[in-house]
Write a protein that binds this ligand. Structure first.
Ligand SMILES: Nc1ncnc2c1ncn2[C@@H]1O[C@H](COP(=O)(O)OP(=O)(O)O)[C@@H](O)[C@H]1O
Ligand SMILES: [Mg+2]
Length: 259
């Protein structure tokens, strides 16, 4: 079997890959970041206010090009761990490096450049309500200076691929939760980030769409993006053979190593 966590066989997989490469691979000539560790945690602890530690002595590294599931029961600390990676909160103790940079020594004005290298899918989507689905997904490309004429086709293809080809002009408040989730995912992957971090990205969609989204993440990963997905959906995890890290009692347990 192929080493991909979401491997499939047959012609349909080949045509899927061709379609996604056409959409996501437009800047494939741009080399991704050098082969240093993308994310490293060393003995990281996190507490909110004066409460108990939510994360305790968490240590792990994400290698470039790896695909990892972060699992654990509700309340285990998955979202907290992802917030630390996305610079939303500082850790209470321990060392975090992102793309080789020690976050403790990072200046606030350096945050945006680092964040632009991360595609984030938030548990609560965080779409911009007054922009259409198309404009929400285009935003990372506009910010990176690309012109509408260059990306309009790619954005439409990607939205079609996640099943929203007929909702391009719809603003998020007129979409269902599952549709909003797919807009959020399309926005996170469209710029082909160095690192994709997704928090329960299939939490609001049915199983068939969930599988489609996981295939999208797998294809992005094959194009070079390092992927970290928080989920408690066992059916997704068991389909692939990706690494699984599980949070139990605030500590990280390796259930299945990187292949
Ligand atoms: N902003 C916050 N303030 C205080 N406690 C929080 C906050 N966010 C999360 N927690 C607590 O931290 C723990 C882990 O939450 P979370 O990271 O959201 O877990 P998960 O994503 O695995 O469900 C929970 O007990 C939760 O109540
Ligand atoms: Mg969560």
């Amino acid at each position: 079997m192929a080493p991909s966590p979401c491997a499939e066989s047959g012609a349909s997989a080949a045509s899927l890959q061709a379609a996604l490469r056409a959409v996501l691979g437009f800047n494939a000539a741009t080399p991704l970041s050098s082969a240093r560790i993308m994310v490293r945690f060393e003995n990281v602890g996190m507490r909110y206010g004066a409460g108990q530690e939510v994360l305790r002595d968490v240590s792990f590294a994400l290698e470039p090009g790896s695909f990892t599931f972060l699992t654990g029961l509700s309340g285990a600390g998955k979202t907290t761990l992802l917030k630390l990676i996305s610079l939303a909160e500082p850790p209470s103790r321990g060392l975090i490096t992102l793309f080789g940079r020690d976050l403790a020594t990072l200046k606030r004005r350096e945050f945006p450049a680092l964040r632009r290298r991360i595609g984030m899918v938030f548990q609560d989507f965080r779409l911009i309500d007054h922009l259409s689905a198309f404009d929400n997904v285009s935003l990372p490309l506009r910010i990176s200076g690309r012109r509408g004429a260059d990306y309009a086709h790619d954005v439409k293809e990607l939205l079609s691929w996640v099943g929203l080809g007929d909702r391009l002009q719809s603003p998020p408040p007129t979409l269902s939760g599952g549709e909003q989730q797919r807009v959020a995912i399309a926005r996170a992957v469209v710029g082909r980030p160095d690192l994709l971090v997704a928090d329960e990205p299939t939490g609001s969609v049915d199983a068939e769409i969930g599988e489609r989204l996981i295939r999208l993440f797998g294809e992005l990963n094959r194009l070079g993006t390092t992927v970290l997905i928080a989920t408690h959906d066992r059916s997704l995890i068991e389909k692939g053979r990706a690494r699984e890290m599980r949070l139990v009692g605030g500590r990280l347990v390796e259930l299945r190593g990187a292949t």
